[in-house]
Write a protein that binds this ligand. Structure first.
Ligand code: ADP
Ligand code: ZN
Length: 514
């Protein structure tokens, strides 16, 4: 016990968080642990401490080279003998490290999965006294999520090869399926599973409808976050560059980051962002894993993330210092359709994409507190948070059951092959080209939906998609199917309640910030 606290203060902390302590105790008893806690949840302290408390060298496997070197440096400053075994070592450095390992001079050894599974490295470890194996970013074992690393699949051999060494797998997702896949792949059948909370109380969540999104972003940067550091996430590479250029022209210092940039340019971008305050990073999700910059105050999404997990991870890069931070997500019906099309396309490789996206639609289209909806997705109960857009500006809800019935019957009568824009024009009684092309004026519902405006109709459609009343297929041609659930609405057995439609404000003109 004394030793545990000695290590704690050596690492520079006053006390363990409850979850950390539980994980460390289990490891010290030789038990395997699966620790699922969001980014910023304090996972590193667990394997660092347990690795130092137990006899032998702690082996830490991580896919992120940059993060490993950073952590090694920080640990050394605290007087911990941490080393990073990698291909860039000079032969003499490599020999020194091997010598030090053989003589038990090393506390913690960091290496990539690719390095670890090399037969020479494995057999070297056979001869060593090892305190634990920590497998960071363990979800890289799974095929989905875009961070798949094949060598992770070979880590299953550790359990049998080193029967007396406890393994801790760490991941930022608490998704049950992912956790099961990690357990099976690593053969950690008797592991203690610990889940951290996903409640990042200091992040104020705002989710709003998109309209002239660039000017909405400007409003946010100007009125809510002037001079602060933050990330704006976009889906396409081109868009990151265009938006960053545009912001720069307006005098808002911005950087771009995406996978098509050269390694060097990406590193430069990250380096500047992580050393200079007050910059805006406009990035694709390629700017992701392991960003630990204390002063990031905001994260804006101008395109939809593809799962609640991705959204949570991305907004979680703000406010890592615990001070107030903001997350703004702007989207609309078209974004939902685009995201769906994109994930249906990707489903060929990864059958889970569409399900994750649907779960995210439910989070953003759900009624009531934003944080509650998000936490509920992660299986966490929560009260109203008091500082999301819904809690701060409660508005009356609207019963749109009858409107939904009109829309559903219109979809039925037009065989599901007409775009939503034309259906809305029919309901509003507009004689547009699109409407006359389908002889919409002759439909009995023509002009019968004037109780809602266009934005409200779009909200109805978004809700019907998110809660599985209708399903959109866009593979070859656009096609909407009524699902079983739609029947209950058509028969008035189910009510559809919608929150009032809210657009995020725009800055009147880009001139006003110059
Ligand atoms: P993760 O690896 O889960 O993303 P980190 O290990 O990087 O999280 O920890 C996130 C932040 O929390 C770091 O700044 C770390 O210093 C801090 N932290 C972790 N554990 C404690 C603790 N027991 N007390 C105070 N701060 C902590
Ligand atoms: Zn709330």
């Amino acid at each position: 016990m004394i030793q545990k606290n000695t290590i704690l203060s050596k690492l520079g902390y006053l006390q363990y968080r409850p979850l950390q302590e539980e994980a460390i105790d289990a490891l010290c008893l030789g038990q395997d642990v699966l620790l699922a806690a969001p980014t910023g949840g304090g996972k590193s302290l667990v394997y660092q401490s347990a690795g130092l408390i137990r006899e032998g060298v702690g082996i830490i496997i991580s896919p992120l080279i940059a993060l490993m070197s950073q952590q090694v440096e920080e640990l050394r400053e605290k007087g911990i003998n941490a080393h990073f075994l990698n291909a860039n070592l000079q032969p003499s450095e490599h020999d020194d490290l091997v010598w030090a390992l053989r003589n038990n001079h090393i506390d913690l050894l960091f290496l990539s999965p690719e390095k670890l599974v090399q037969p020479s490295v494995m057999s070297f470890l056979d001869s060593m006294s090892i305190s634990l194996f920590a497998i960071d970013e363990a979800h890289c074992i799974t095929q989905w999520g875009g961070s798949f690393r094949p060598e992770y699949g070979q880590l299953g051999q550790l359990r049998q090869r080193f029967p007396d060494v406890p393994i801790i797998a760490l991941t930022g997702t608490v998704d049950e399926t992912t956790i099961r896949v990690i357990q099976t792949s690593l053969e950690m059948t008797n592991s203690l599973v610990l889940k951290g909370s996903f409640d990042r109380k200091n992040i104020e969540i705002q989710i709003a409808q998109k309209r002239k999104s660039k000017l909405q972003v400007l409003y946010f940067l100007h009125n809510e976050m002037a001079g602060e550091s933050g990330i704006i996430y976009c889906r396409s590479r081109k868009k990151t560059e265009q938006l960053a250029n545009w912001l720069n022209q307006l005098g808002l210092p911005s950087l771009a980051y995406h996978a098509a940039m050269s390694d060097r340019d990406r590193q430069l971008s990250h380096k500047r962002f992580s050393t200079e305050k007050g910059l805006i990073m406009v990035a694709t999700t390629a700017y992701g894993m392991g960003i630990d910059i204390a002063y990031i105050r905001f994260v804006v999404h101008v395109d939809l993330p593809d799962s609640p997990e991705a959204y949570f991870q991305e907004i979680g890069r703000a406010g890592r210092d615990g001070k107030p931070a903001k997350a703004l997500l702007l989207y609309g019906l078209q974004d939902m359709l685009n995201a769906q099309q994109f994930s249906a396309f990707q489903d060929h490789e990864d059958g889970d994409k569409s399900a994750r996206l649907s779960a995210f639609f439910k989070v953003i289209e759900g009624r009531g507190c934003r944080r509650k909806n998000l936490l509920n997705h992660f299986g966490e109960a929560s009260d109203n948070c008091g500082h999301c857009d819904r809690c701060l500006h409660p508005s009356s809800e609207q019963n749109t059951t009858i409107a939904s019935q009109k829309l559903l019957s219109l979809i039925y009568h037009t065989k599901g092959i007409r775009p939503f824009s034309v259906l809305i024009q029919v309901l509003l009684g507009k004689r547009t080209k699109g409407v006359s092309a389908i002889q919409g004026e002759r439909l009995s519902l023509f002009g019968k939906g004037k109780e809602l405006n266009e934005a409200q109709w779009k909200a109805v459609i978004r809700h019907l998609i998110a809660f599985n009343y209708i399903e959109v297929h866009q593979a070859q041609v656009f096609c909407v199917h009524l699902k079983e659930k739609a029947r209950s609405v058509l028969k008035s057995q189910a009510q559809i309640l919608l929150a009032q439609e809210k657009y995020y404000p725009t800055l009147d003109s880009e001139e006003s910030i110059k």
